[in-house]
Design a protein around this ligand. Structure first.
Ligand SMILES: C[S@@+](CC[C@H](N)C(=O)[O-])C[C@H]1O[C@@H](n2cnc3c(N)ncnc32)[C@H](O)[C@@H]1O
Length: 301
């Protein structure tokens, strides 16, 4: 069950930890000086964790630029909302949070695809404009919100290439943004954009800190898993052994098996630490038991 104190990240990132965060947090230490997160993605975990300071990193530079834009916007929300509304107006996108709904005939004509059908041309124009210089993070944020599965996806040329989704800027997105702004404006957050190992070397964690890791999973499928292989997994696990030797606390999420795939590297390594089973996201529709996946949180404290 999702605790009502848990806030949803406004990235709606595929595979985010929103539904699992209550279970994960139970294992975190009561007091955390610096919360150090090498694979922050949409930020669901740092947003829902109390610490004196936050060091968040992701190798995806757009992800970090988007966080930076939203963190800055938390100090001038009016500027952010004015821009969002101006762009929605300029491109003629639907926006149910502004009561700018689509005409009823679209809903009748295109039963399950009405938002996509209505927004397609506006979205394609917005995407082409963003791709001309790629520095406007408000445009990119809108592309993400109206895009298929709300992903950050770029082609080999580096152009954003996600198609329009059957989604809209609705009141859930508005609420997630308000919650994000309220949370980050009072937090001491530092963002980084590099490989996790360089980041950990730079952060130089101490015994007062917590390192939380949610890396790409070797055996599940998503856009960012393309960046990850056995060698990355091994250098990450070796790094955690080193942190353990100097008394730094870590917690790492992972999936040990998924459908008929098994992550032997991780499972063998995890046996040296504490393994907590997490009730997984991948719940079978028919019997409500999680039989397709074995998701865990491994801690060294
Ligand atoms: C499972 S996702 C994290 C999701 C996050 N916990 C959330 O709730 O949104 C893994 C993230 O690792 C990032 N990543 C992949 N390879 C990386 C690397 N070598 N160093 C740092 N980050 C990396 C990806 O860009 C992706 O955002």
């Amino acid at each position: 069950m999702i605790n009502s104190n848990i806030i949803r990240s406004p990235f709606f990132y595929i595979g985010d930890k929103f539904k699992l965060i209550s279970q994960i947090k139970q294992s975190f230490p009561k007091k955390i000086n610096r919360f150090i997160e090498p694979f922050c993605g949409g930020g669901s975990v740092f947003l829902n964790t109390d610490a004196n300071e936050y060091l968040i990193n992701d190798i995806n530079s757009y992800m970090i630029q988007l966080h930076n834009m939203l963190i800055q916007s938390s100090h001038d929300e009016k500027f952010f909302w004015d821009n969002i509304k101006r762009l929605i107006e300029e491109y003629g996108l639907s926006a149910t949070f502004l009561n700018k709904d689509i005409p009823t005939e679209y809903r009748q004509l295109y039963k399950k695809t009405y938002f996509a059908k209505y927004n397609k041309d506006s979205y394609t124009k917005l995407r082409a404009d963003f791709n001309k210089d790629k520095s406007d993070m408000i445009r990119l944020y809108l592309l993400l919100i109206y895009g298929f599965n709300r992903m950050l996806r770029f082609n080999a040329k580096g152009d954003f290439n996600l198609p329009v989704g059957n989604v809209d800027f609705n009141s859930n997105v508005e609420k997630a943004l308000h919650d994000y702004f309220n949370l980050v404006k009072n937090k001491n957050i530092h963002t980084y954009n590099m490989d996790f190992l360089d980041f950990l070397n730079l952060a130089n964690p101490t015994t007062e800190d917590l390192v939380y890791l949610d890396p790409p999973y070797l055996i599940t499928f998503s856009e960012y898993n393309k960046l990850w292989n056995n060698l990355d997994e091994i250098r990450m696990l070796k790094t955690l052994d080193k942190l353990d030797k100097i008394g730094v606390k870590f917690a790492i999420s992972n999936v040990i098996w998924h459908k008929n795939r098994y992550n032997a590297i991780f499972n063998e390594w995890a046996k040296n630490y504490n393994i907590k089973k997490i009730k997984s996201n991948y719940i079978s529709y028919h019997d409500n038991t999680e039989k397709d996946s074995y998701e865990v949180l491994v801690t060294n404290f």
